[in-house]
Design a binder for this molecule. Sequence first.
Ligand SMILES: NC(=O)C1=CN([C@@H]2O[C@H](COP(=O)(O)OP(=O)(O)OC[C@H]3O[C@@H](n4cnc5c(N)ncnc54)[C@H](O)[C@@H]3O)[C@@H](O)[C@H]2O)C=CC1
Ligand SMILES: O=C(O)[C@@H]1CCC=N1
Length: 268
Amino acid sequence: MTVAVLGAGKIGEALLSGLLDAGYDAGDLLFTERHPERAAELTDRYGVKGVEVAEAATRADVLVVAVKPQDIEPLLDELADLIGPGSLVVSMCAGLPTSLFERRLPAGTPVIRVMPNTPMLVGAAMSAVSPGKHATDEQLQIVERLLSSVGKVVVLPESQQDAVTALSGSGPAYFFYLVEAMIDAGILLGLPRAVAQQLIVQAAVGAGKMLDEGGEHPVMLRENVTSPGGTTINGIRELEKHGVRAALLDAIESARDRSVELGKAHEE
Ligand SMILES: NC(=O)C1=CN([C@@H]2O[C@H](COP(=O)(O)OP(=O)(O)OC[C@H]3O[C@@H](n4cnc5c(N)ncnc54)[C@H](O)[C@@H]3O)[C@@H](O)[C@H]2O)C=CC1
Ligand SMILES: O=C(O)[C@@H]1CCC=N1
C-alpha cells in the first residue's frame, strides 16, 4: 500500500517519521510539499520521495491531506481533477468536515476525517477517526491499521471531532505549556534551568505512565501525592485560587469553537 502525505509540515512529517519507525518502507511513502527547500530537507532526513500532487494522486492508495485548513481550497481544486476511483482520502485538517471533501472531489470519493496529534512523531499519537459517507468498513480498517502503527486510535462520530481537536489534537500544546511554566517555577526557586527541566520532564513522563498503565483515576493519583498537612495541598490551594481548572475548561472550549469556525469558513 502506498501512502502519500499532501503537505509535509509538522503533522505530515510526524506521520512519515512515525510510519518509518513502525517499519513502513520509504519506497511506499510519498509526500508533496510546496516549499522545495522543505521537501529537500525531508528527503534527506527520511529518504522519502517528494512528488507533484498529480504523481501522488496516481500512485498512492491513501492520500493524507495535511495542509492548514486555510490552504485547503487550492489543493481541493487540484485534487478534483486528479483523483482516481481507487483513492482513499484521509483528512487531518482541523475543523474541516468530510462533506467539504465529498462535495469538492469526484462523486463517491471515500473520505475519512482524522484528528491525530504530534506525539505521532514518537509512536504515541492519539488519533480519532470518523468515516465520511462513502468510506467503507474496510477502508476505515485500513486507516485504523495505519494509525495504530503510530499510536492509539479511536473511532468516533464526526460530530465529536471539533471537541477531539480541542482535547487531544491541541492537548499536547497545553501539557508543553504547563511543563514550560513549571520549569520557570524551578528557575524562580533558584534551580539551574537544566536541572529544573530534567526534574519536570521526568515528573511529566512518570505521571503520564501512571495515568496510562496504572488504571487509577487521576483524582486518586493526585490524592496519593497530596499528604494531609503536607506541601502539595498548599500548591493546590493556589491553583484553585487562580482558577486553573476553569481556565482549562475555557481554553478547551475556545479551541473547540475555533475548530467549528475553521469548518464554517468553507461552507457553501
Ligand atoms: N500541528 C499539529 O499538532 C496538528 C495539526 N493538525 C492539522 O494538520 C494540518 C497541518 O498542520 P501542521 O502540520 O501543523 O501545519 P504546517 O504548516 O506545519 O504544514 C503544512 C504544510 O503543507 C504545505 N502545503 C500547503 N499547501 C500545500 C499544497 N497545496 N501542496 C503541497 N504542500 C502544501 C506547507 O508548505 C506546509 O509545509 C492542519 O490542517 C492542522 O489542522 C492536526 C492535528 C495536530
Ligand atoms: O492548532 C491547530 O489548529 C492544530 C489542530 C490541532 C492541533 N494543532
